[in-house]
Ligand binder design. Structure first.
Ligand code: SF4
Length: 448
């Protein structure tokens, strides 16, 4: 059977994860879920498996048609985004119209929760897509296997594969933000054990499920042998397991690993000991969602970071002194905040002296606690996809005020000027994105 694992074409560069999607301005990650899926199919079957990332390769639907025709593709496995799900569905319907005999297996958070809206997709897979495909491959015919395992209760297996098959991708197609050299992307854990009520973890798993450390370290050795200079953990929270950071530090030292590491963290998990271990494990940057400085909003978000502002300053100082960059995210709640709150947040962020900052509008995604809690204040529709609070349409104005205020400080301005000089391509992409803020009709109204 000829199987195409396809990252669908789109009008701009986006990243599709199982439970979220965003614009890729200044960076691009491989479609990790699809890469893992292609790895499973290649490793556990004799099917002819192709992998086509239309986002990385700037391919359109016409290119996909030619590919499907020339390779005589019989099954397409793809993943639908969240914010752009209606457009992805339109693309799939066009594919099905052109090739009615091809079976389409669509992985997707929104489609698996609203199956009745996506009847044009032959088979819809939920967050256990890896296990469903793995089991389906045990049958002689993949499609018969999919039918058998489509809704069976299965358990998520973090060690289903030992490593992503990186022969399927070209390293230079992808990059981490403001980062030089080839970057490899991988997971240690999937999901998150915390309960922030707005959060969409990439794999929709709680508590987090962890891979075997030995397998992660073997994968890192292989990544280094392939000449990658940077390694980005795609985990929702790489500091969730302090023991892993300790083991990683020992592994890095014992094997004289030179690659730099990048990952996401919560600030309350950072202390003197963790910061030292991260430094010794070659961590170059942490992405940290501070989200709000307002205690009431923290409670409302169930973010529960019990750290005073002075404590936050200390923790950020700690990381900076260790030479670890910090990228900080802050949220804007359209119903509970206004422009002056955003300007106040920018003022406080300057005091944290993060390497760079970003602001995003709070989006109440279906399936999150906040979506249930605020149902009456949410505008929700499937096509075009919309799940937002009233006031979200002003996000362009809010984001501009935030950045103008943040960049007023000479230190912040110089930091961004330095980034622009050292990373001109990424910076140009980001600046051109600034002009699309709040574009009418765009599926996401914020910058990211
Ligand atoms: S800690 Fe981060 S990843 Fe985990 S639930 Fe909260 S926002 Fe989500």
């Amino acid at each position: 059977m000829n199987i195409l694992v396809l990252n669908l074409p789109f009008e701009s560069r986006i990243i599709r994860r199982y439970k979220c999607s965003y614009y890729a301005r200044g960076f691009l990650y491989p479609p990790e879920e699809l890469l893992r899926t292609a790895t499973i199919i290649k490793e556990f079957s004799s099917n002819k498996t192709y992998f086509l990332d239309c986002i990385a390769k700037s391919k359109g639907l016409g290119d996909v048609f030619s590919f499907v025709r020339s390779k005589r593709v019989q099954v397409i496995v793809t993943m639908l985004s969240v914010n752009f799900v209606h457009k992805d569905y339109e693309t799939i319907k066009k594919l099905k119209n052109a090739f009615p005999n091809i079976k389409v297996i669509g992985i997707g958070y929104i489609p698996s929760h609203y199956r009745e809206e996506f009847t044009g997709i032959d088979y819809i897979l939920d967050n256990l897509f890896e296990e469903r495909i793995f089991n389906a491959l045990k049958e002689k015919d993949l499609i018969k296997g999919i039918e058998k395992f489509l809704k069976k209760p299965l358990d998520f297996d973090p060690d289903i594969i030992d490593t992503d098959n990186r022969d399927l991708i070209k390293a230079s197609d992808y990059s981490e933000l403001f980062c030089r050299g080839k970057t490899a992307f991988l997971h240690y854990s999937f999901g998150c054990s915390f309960g922030c009520n707005y959060c969409i973890h990439a794999y929709d798993l709680k508590p987090a499920r962890k891979r075997s450390k030995e397998k992660v370290f073997a994968e890192i050795l292989d990544i280094c042998r392939r000449g990658y200079k940077n390694i980005k953990f795609l985990d929702d929270n790489i500091t969730l397991d302090a023991d892993f950071i300790l083991s990683l530090r020992n592994f890095v030292k014992n094997n004289r690993i030179k690659a730099n590491f990048y990952g996401l963290s919560r600030i309350d998990l950072i202390n003197e000991k963790t910061a030292s271990l991260l430094k010794e494990a070659n961590f170059r940057r942490l992405y940290i969602g501070v989200e709000t400085f307002n205690k009431d909003l923290q409670k409302y978000y169930k973010k529960n970071i019990n750290v005073e502002f002075s404590g936050l300053i200390e923790k950020f100082n700690l990381l900076r002194k260790k030479g670890i960059e910090t990228a900080v995210w802050i949220l804007y709640h359209p119903l509970k905040e206004n422009k002056s709150d955003v300007i106040e947040n920018a003022r406080k962020l300057k005091k944290l002296r993060a390497s760079f900052v970003n602001i995003g509008v709070l989006t109440p995604y279906p399936g999150t606690d906040i979506f249930q809690k605020e149902t009456d204040s949410i505008r929700f529709q499937m096509s075009p996809f919309m799940s937002e609070f009233a006031g979200t349409e002003n996000i362009g104005d809010i984001e501009r005020s935030f950045f103008l205020s943040y960049l007023k400080s000479p230190r912040s301005f110089l930091r961004y000027a330095w980034l622009a000089i050292n990373h001109p391509v990424a910076s140009t992409e980001i600046v051109s994105g600034l002009f699309k803020f709040g574009k009418k009709g765009s599926a996401r109204k914020d910058f990211i």
